[in-house]
Design a protein around this ligand. Sequence first.
Ligand code: ASP
Length: 328
Amino acid sequence: MIRFTRRLLLALAAGTALVAPPAKAQPSFPNRTLTVIVPFAAGGPTDTVSRLVAEAMGRDLGQTMVVENVGGAGGTLGAQRVANARPDGHTVLLHHIGMATTPTLYRRLAYDPVAGYEPIGLVTDVPMTLIARHNFPATTLAEAVAIIQRDTDKLNYANAGIGAASHLCGLLLMSAVNAPMTTVPFRGTGPAMQELLAGRIDLMCDQTTNTTEQILGNQVKAYAVTTPARIGALPNLPTSAEGGLPAFEVSVWHGLYAPRGTPAEIVNRLSHALQVALRDPRLVARFRELGTEPVAQDRATPAAHRAFWQADIAKWRPIIQAAGQFAD
Ligand code: ASP
């Protein structure tokens, strides 16, 4: 005998078959808050990119993605944290070009800077800018170069440690103008920017994701963007080639990594969320305001990321070896 329950009656009335609703898929991943480790201080350019990505990825993953800043030692402390994290996809690393230089620059590390990770996808290529304290006595790149060559190591140049993008950019500048400056390392260029704004640091080269607003607000002097063409967010800022230093060109790629041994389906789920995040209109608009844009969708994949990363390690190895600059 059929018991005419309310549900059965409703189903009959609606002419629907009485089948159990499909069990709601219980995704085992992610099953709690995720953490993105940023290997530099809060308030800096990598942090800014990471917070935008984490917020948008969290929406797609249905879990909050929090950013944790683990700065110091040119990004190696944060990178080490992720290499040693549980490989379940809940802890990932958002790092930049330093992932390509660290394997050569650091000959003694307590983790494997290459095999320690599963690449998830590339994120963005961010231009760099050469900036100075607001009262630095130069208006153009040529004037700044003349002062750097005259005062050399009386000037101080901020960076985020050996292997940081600001370190590489500084090396490029100093070798292009053939003048060393005193370098002052910080846990990230967020804190370095505070010192530059206070007039205690003379010069810095940093991603536009940390400098665009200060440049537009005339809080700092800006001399060049280190890309082949001017960028939309800073249309009045000449390129380094326009300013007479074509060799001073670099942009900072960023990628997302899981610890080695993270299952492929989890890496792929994270990559999918990254691809969705990089099309998020709010993220795209904010990236554009900060002088950058997301990579094309086919670069935000594990395979494209791995190939690019490996090629960049190979590109930087002879440059670093020839310069004889090592972190140890
Ligand atoms: N811009 C820094 C660097 O020089 C890192 C940061 O603070 O995000 O690599």
